[in-house]
Design a protein around this ligand. Structure first.
Ligand SMILES: N[C@@H](CCC(=O)N[C@@H](CS)C(=O)NCC(=O)O)C(=O)O
Length: 245
């Protein structure tokens, strides 16, 4: 199985984390998000296979099957390989996982757009209104998670971690003080408890090497060189992990 993307990307990390947890070998092909140059997600060669021009994407070289969208990829892999521990076969539990996966877009996903991207991409201009709307969406989503999804359970859908938690964590987890340190989780004790649980999930550290490398972004933006080196180091760690499977 080939996965296209870079380790710093949140949805790419979600797909790779699932594959590492399942000890499932894959090839990571580096694709630069948003770039229309060769090797970029907006280059005509990439767009021919993956018209939405985003990472992650999956390609099965045996069948020629191609797929974009991290949630579709994770559900497809879980269905194909019957990973029902992470994507329940019970229809009601599965529907709850799906419900979170749909909610994630334009809600929890705003964490990257409204809190991390402005710190990392100094070349992009975000208007005050855009950032304020984004922050309001994040707060609304975090309140729903704090008071609803995690109110009386260890994970988003009950007592067992699912792909919903993987997807949520790559987005919310990146904000913690051990990584970018751009959000205060004090008002959210249930989310803090869940973040601590997720830190103990296997391969957590391997999948977050790029973030450990970038470090605290609350005061200073990383240079492009730091970002490139962080992705390179993370790529190497993931390659080693796959070789040793
Ligand atoms: N909903 C998509 C989001 C993918 C996404 O936004 N990927 C970013 C990188 S983190 C990307 O490819 N951006 C480049 C672009 O849109 O041109 C998913 O879950 O896969």
């Amino acid at each position: 199985m080939v996965i296209y993307g870079v380790p710093f990307s949140q949805p790419v990390r979600a797909v790779m984390w699932l594959l590492l947890i399942k000890n499932f070998p894959f090839e990571l092909r580096l694709i630069n998000p948003g770039s229309s140059s060769e090797g970029g997600s907006r280059h005509p060669d990439y767009l021919k296979k993956f018209p939405s021009g985003t990472i992650p994407s999956l390609e099965d070289p045996k069948t020629g099957f191609v797929l974009s969208e991290s949630h579709a990829i994770m559900c497809y892999l879980c269905n194909k390989y019957k990973w029902h521990d992470l994507y329940p076969s019970n229809l009601e539990d599965r529907a709850k996982v799906d419900s979170y996966l749909h909610l994630h877009h334009r809600n929890v996903r705003e964490a990257s757009i409204g809190l991390v991207a402005p710190k990392v991409r100094k070349d992009l201009k975000f208007s005050k209104d855009f950032l304020a709307t984004s922050k309001a969406n994040i707060e609304k989503a975090f309140n729903a998670i704090e008071n609803g999804w995690l109110n009386d359970s260890s994970y988003l859908v009950g007592e067992v971690m699912t792909i919903a938690d993987i997807s949520a964590y790559v987005e919310i987890g990146q904000l913690q003080s051990i990584f970018t340190n751009v959000y205060n989780f004090e008002p959210y004790p249930n989310i803090q408890r869940w973040l601590n649980n997720m830190q103990n999930i296997e391969c957590h550290d391997d999948i977050h090497v790029a973030l450990y490398e970038l470090g605290d972004l609350s005061k200073e933006a990383p240079t492009m060189e730091t970002i490139i080196n962080a992705n390179k180091k993370a790529f190497k760690v993931i390659q080693e992990k796959i070789i040793n499977m």
